[in-house]
Design a protein around this ligand. Structure first.
Ligand code: FEO
Length: 189
């Protein structure tokens, strides 16, 4: 029995572990997803304090989803024989110039996340890590949805302009979009 174990162990490890390069890149993405969650949480708090309850609800939900994105990555790294690292996060901004500026920041941030996911997918192909490549397809789809949602919100805000009544309706209606543009729940699978 002992001989079989000694033969099998290195074979098992060789096929099961992610490479240090992919592990490092995935942990970098853990940091980015955690940072996203933290930024949206700060935005939600700013909106809530300012009486924008619908926007706050949308952003609190968005923050929760980003945490699930982070968790899904962390668990994958650990399951593949790596070590998911809990990152130190910089403090997010306390205040925002306005609603339009805030959502422009959301869109810019999501475009950045998409670019990082694409780089990660590219690294997997170069490393011939098809398992991680397959795992990341969920994030590729997720980013398409998140960018589309952020663009949709920006289009609405451009239409509203400085109209206060329009902004009131926007704040009332945006809560219904919370979780609508993303694959909420699936991240915890
Ligand atoms: Fe999980 Fe919106 O990046």
């Amino acid at each position: 029995m002992a001989i079989i174990y000694q033969i099998r162990k290195p074979f098992f490890k060789l096929n099961y572990m992610i490479s240090p390069k992919i592990e490092k890149a995935l942990n970098q993405q853990v940091l980015l997803e955690a940072e996203s969650s933290q930024i949206y949480l700060a935005m939600a708090s700013w909106a809530e304090v300012g009486g924008l309850s619908g926007i706050a609800e949308f952003l609190f939900t968005h923050s929760d989803e980003e945490r699930l994105h982070m968790l899904k990555l962390l668990k994958f790294i650990n399951e593949r024989g790596g070590h998911g690292v809990i990152p130190t996060l910089p403090a997010p901004p306390l205040k925002y110039k306005g609603i339009k500026e805030l959502f422009q920041e959301v869109l810019t941030h999501e475009i950045h996340v998409s670019a990082e996911i694409n780089k990660l997918v590219d690294s997997c192909l170069k490393e011939k890590d098809y398992t991680t490549h397959n795992f990341l397809q969920w994030y590729v789809s997720e980013q398409i949805e998140e960018e589309a949602l952020a663009r949709k919100i920006m289009d609405k805000l451009k239409l509203i302009g400085d109209d206060k009544a329009g902004m009131y309706i926007f704040d009332r209606d945006i809560a219904s979009l919370a979780g609508g543009g993303t694959s909420k729940g699936k991240a915890a699978e």
